[in-house]
Design a protein around this ligand. Sequence first.
Ligand SMILES: [Zn+2]
Length: 261
Amino acid sequence: MYENIPDKLTNIIVTGKSGAGKQPRIDVLVDEFDLEQLSTGNIFRSYLGKFNDHGYSGDIGRFWQGKSFVRDDEIADVLGTDDPDIILGLKAKFFVDRGLFVPDHITNELFKGSFAKRDHRGQVLDGYPRTLDQAKFLMELLEEEDSRVDFILRVDNDDEMIVERTVNRRICPDCGKVYHLVYKPPHEGKCEVCDVEVVQRSDDTEEKIRSRLKEFKEKVIPAMKYLEERGIPIAKVPGHLEKFTPENVRKSVLSSVNKVF
Ligand SMILES: [Zn+2]
């Protein structure tokens, strides 16, 4: 039925606006093609965790010179370790703690380290690349490692639908169960499992969603366009399905993937 799809895939990129519905599609790809999900969020958590576990309690701002960090061996001297993962974790934490955009060269290094640990193969890339510079870095890395990306899966969804879905989202602070004020309202505002009041995540305000949508248009779309020009095909799937069932999600993903081969 999906006869065009090769038996063995190397890597896939999944992209789409924040809130478009990427995760259920990633689940299908991971399942069908025996891949692992490599998400930027987890990469950051992992490196920050390594730095935190090292237990340095001093001010990390001391390593920042206004435009760049001091040399790695100077950082290593103060930290008492030259483990590159811990030093990278420190650099990432500097920006994350200050709520700043993490520069591409740091995100690229974090990605490169994690991708290498998995042999540059068998991954569904989630949240990377997000800028043109990251896309260029990825293409060079793939070439060096004699690896490839088979296709990009783009989950499409309408801005207004995403805004409506996100601002009405409520989450149980205890178990993480997700509610929607209109489609899946919590009974008397409380989680049905834990009986505690559900909350709105601080990222789920309209202002923040619109700023993420804008970032997608300005940064992610040019990155994907660059990859497409370099010969990586894009399979498009709808983020909204009339009947959202696991089987319908699977069919919609596989039939669009089938078309790009
Ligand atoms: Zn709960």
